[in-house]
Design a protein. Structure first.
Length: 404
């Protein structure tokens, strides 16, 4: 059991690392091609090409040309930018399963909001991502596709509604994370189900000597534009689980909504600059106002958290294990000044990551984390500010192992 706990912890780290790496690759290539497309010079005599640009990087020069359809002769080899998106979503899904599904009682389900069993919470989690995509796809395939601004507004309303809905049943952390996963699912499904298939249709038509239908490019462009404006909010939502100020308030779904608006203002600025349409500096003023509003909302009423976490049979074994009273004394003396409903550490107003350790039930529920962070390693207390002794760490290790 000991080896399994450590292995699972490292597996979470490895998947998170992969998720970050692939997300960097996806977002990096996305930002590059958006900037490239907007910045192409289209007022030059360049034959059948739509635009061109010269760039310098890595000690060399690159001459880039874009064809709206294709050059007269199709190249034998095409580079498809798709695996970055697919791998980001797959690694994110694996992380969702490892952290939020496997740890549903701790991270996903909030008994103060809804009485859900683990399987019900997991089912809602998975189903919401699928149903959300189907609703979004239906909107895009309706007549609203001819009114892109109206469609974007409806997409924003859908995202806000999803955030509010998640907040009615899940923990604050899970609400933010699931809204990010919901948005990322839309983005990756756009690539996998719409953009790449449409591009392949165009390529096959060209190879067969047929004139491609321009509707495929128009559809792909609409979905790509949505992905452009959703990228920055997704990053915020994925990082939010590390910052209780963003999720541990009843206004967390409003904070998420404002973040989506910030994504629009920031991307509008850079899109305008790359397209050489001036510098709309007003967008930074709007962004700052939105950010200050988020800061203010984060000081609002916190989400209600139970003073005594319910203990299930799996938790009881930690309470009943040998040396639990001694472990409880150690945690209360070394950890609960911060990890409490009302922290007493100067300048701290929230328990870090929403973790409270001032009751037996809460300590039992966090046994694995206490073991990993204070028993196996000395990550907690940070910088050992409360002077946890080596002997106390041994007691924690022995207690956890005895319960398993």
């Amino acid at each position: 059991m000991l080896d399994w706990v450590i292995f699972v912890s490292w597996a979470e780290f490895a998947v998170r690392w992969l998720h970050v790496i692939t997300a960097m690759a996806w977002i990096g290539s996305s930002f590059y091609f958006i900037a490239l497309d907007l910045g192409l010079f289209r007022d030059r005599e360049i034959g059948d090409a739509d635009g061109e640009e010269w760039q310098v990087h890595g000690g060399g020069f690159y001459h880039i040309q874009k064809y709206l359809v294709a050059p007269k002769e199709m190249p034998e080899h095409l580079v498809w930018f798709k695996w970055e998106s697919y791998t980001t979503w797959l690694s994110g899904a694996a992380l969702l399963i490892l952290v939020y599904w496997a740890g549903a009682e701790l991270y996903l389900i909030d008994a103060n909001k809804a009485e859900l069993s683990i399987w019900q919470g997991v089912l809602i989690s998975a189903a919401s991502l699928t149903v959300g995509w189907l609703v979004y796809d239906l909107l895009c395939k309706s007549g609203l596709s001819e009114r892109p601004t109206g469609l974007m507004i409806l997409l924003f309303v859908l995202l806000v509604a999803m955030g509010w809905g998640y907040n009615q049943i899940f923990t604050g952390r899970a609400m933010m994370l699931h809204l990010g996963a919901f948005t990322a699912t839309i983005m990756t499904a756009n690539v996998f189900l719409i953009i790449i298939p449409n591009q392949k249709i165009v390529v096959e038509d060209l190879k067969a000597g047929r004139a491609p239908d321009p509707k495929y490019g128009k559809i792909a462009k609409l979905r790509s534009t949505h992905n452009n404006y959703l990228t920055l909010p997704v990053i915020f939502l994925m990082l939010s689980n590390h910052y209780p100020l963003s999720f541990a308030t009843k206004w967390n779904w409003v904070i998420a909504a404002l973040v989506f608006l910030m994504g629009v203002t920031i991307r509008h600025y850079f899109n305008s600059v790359h397209a050489r349409k001036g510098r709309p500096d007003w967008t930074w003023g709007v962004t700052v106002i939105l950010f200050l509003l988020i800061c203010w909302l984060s000081t609002g009423p916190r989400l209600e958290m139970s003073a005594e976490a319910a203990t299930n049979p799996a938790d009881n074994r930690f309470v009943q294990a040998e040396n639990f009273e001694q472990v409880q004394d150690i945690v209360l003396g070394r950890c609960s000044m911060c990890h409490a409903a009302e922290p007493v550490w100067d300048g701290m107003f929230w328990p870090p990551k929403g973790v409270m350790l001032d009751t037996p039930g809460q300590i039992a529920k966090r046994a694995r984390e206490i073991y990993l962070h204070s028993g196996v390693s000395d990550a907690m207390p940070p910088a050992n500010v409360s002077w946890m002794e080596p002997e106390e760490r041994i007691v924690i290790r022995d207690w956890f192992r005895a319960a398993n």
